[in-house]
Design a protein around this ligand. Structure first.
Ligand SMILES: Nc1ncnc2c1ncn2[C@@H]1O[C@H](COP(=O)(O)OP(=O)(O)O)[C@@H](O)[C@H]1O
Ligand SMILES: C[C@@](O)(CCOP(=O)(O)O)CC(=O)O
Ligand SMILES: [Mg+2]
Length: 316
């Protein structure tokens, strides 16, 4: 069995605007998705999840099945359910710590971990930039629109600037994640923003430019660890995310509760509409901020930024 894992991520600045080529700064975090692949005798691709209840419905696993299709083509296999030349199949087992549909990049982490696991399984030996490129292609095909951010961060780990795909010096920041527990699909939110932009191009284009500028200015303060200025810019970014319709009542409650408890800055991470917000804190404030988020009705956990990208956990 081959097992690979890949990390989730947070956006310090720039989600949504990055879909239109503006600058964004994102960082991997220490929660991961783990994907195992093994050969089975039945000529099929089987999904196993926690509890091993086999689920064969491809529509429930669009990211995984899109990856499997790409490897079928790479390994020159027939266009049926077989996944090896000997006519055998594969079982894919996913265990993820990343809340789904929450802005922490669960889709990218699962996609990248699956690509790496199948890369080892088929012996294709893809370089990291090819893994990231394939992952982005998968998100594009499943979501319709997608920036390379999540898949790039999940591949390489650490702090990353998009669109130039530059890995920056590691940012070790104390962060509390607040989860509204409301599933929000990235595909839907990105498409809502695209419609708003079509209806009001002059207004929304300027907001996208301003979000990109926040990332460009913000990166200088991230690099010198000036957390209070980073926090101030996160708050401005949050206002602009609200203005493009990706906020929600629950997200705002968690954002304001965290600021009241002393967070240096707080904002939505990822697509919004539900899912998670992040609060940048001083170490001494971490648990106070986490409690305030819980009192405001959210789940909260303290997360560490992480330099670890995709990796093989087990290959035997
Ligand atoms: N553990 C998992 N097992 C199978 N699919 C998953 C898993 N985690 C995420 N996904 C896929 O990713 C989708 C959510 O991705 P998305 O809407 O981009 O939100 P996010 O990436 O912010 O969590 C799910 O609907 C599912 O297709
Ligand atoms: C909204 C967006 O900028 C980030 C989406 O992140 P997530 O899937 O919500 O974790 C879309 C993208 O960059 O592809
Ligand atoms: Mg996603």
């Amino acid at each position: 069995m081959i097992t690979c894992s890949a990390p989730g991520k947070i956006f310090l600045f720039g989600e949504h605007a990055v879909v239109y080529g503006k600058t964004a700064i994102a960082c991997a975090i220490d929660i991961r998705a783990q994907v195992s692949v093994e050969e089975i005798l039945v000529p099929a691709v089987q999904m196993k999840g926690p509890g091993n209840n086999v689920d064969l419905n491809p529509r429930k696993h669009p990211y995984i099945y899109t990856v499997v299709d790409k490897f079928r083509k790479l390994a020159d296999l027939p266009d049926d359910n077989t996944s090896s030349k000997s006519g055998k199949g594969i079982a894919i087992d996913i265990h993820s710590e990343i809340p789904v549909g929450s802005g922490l990049g669960s889709s990218a982490a699962v996609t990248i971990a699956t690509i790496k696991a199948l890369d080892v399984f088929y012996g294709t030996d893809l370089p990291l930039d090819e893994i990231a490129r394939m992952g982005h292609q998968v998100e594009l095909e499943v979501q319709g629109m997608a920036s390379p951010t999540d898949t790039f961060v999940s591949t390489y780990g650490g702090l990353v600037r998009i669109p130039d795909r530059k890995k920056l010096d590691f940012f070790d920041a104390p962060i509390v994640v607040g989860n509204t527990r409301k599933f929000a699909s990235t595909r839907k939110l990105v498409s809502n923003v695209a419609s708003l932009k079509e209806r009001h191009p002059q207004v929304i284009n300027q907001i996208m430019d301003a979000i990109g500028t926040i990332s460009e200015v913000g990166v200088n303060f991230v690099c010198v660890n000036d957390l209070s200025t980073v926090g101030e810019l996160m708050n401005i970014n949050q206002g602009l995310l609200d203005s493009i319709g990706v906020g929600s009542y629950e997200l705002s409650e968690l954002v304001y509760a965290s600021r009241k408890a002393g967070a240096l800055g707080s904002k939505i991470t990822g697509a919004g509409g539900g899912g998670c917000m992040i609060a940048l804190c001083e170490h001494k404030n971490l648990s106070r901020v986490a409690h305030s988020i819980k009192r405001a009705g959210g789940d909260a956990f303290i997360c560490r930024t992480s330099n670890a990208g995709v990796r093989v956990e087990k290959d035997k």
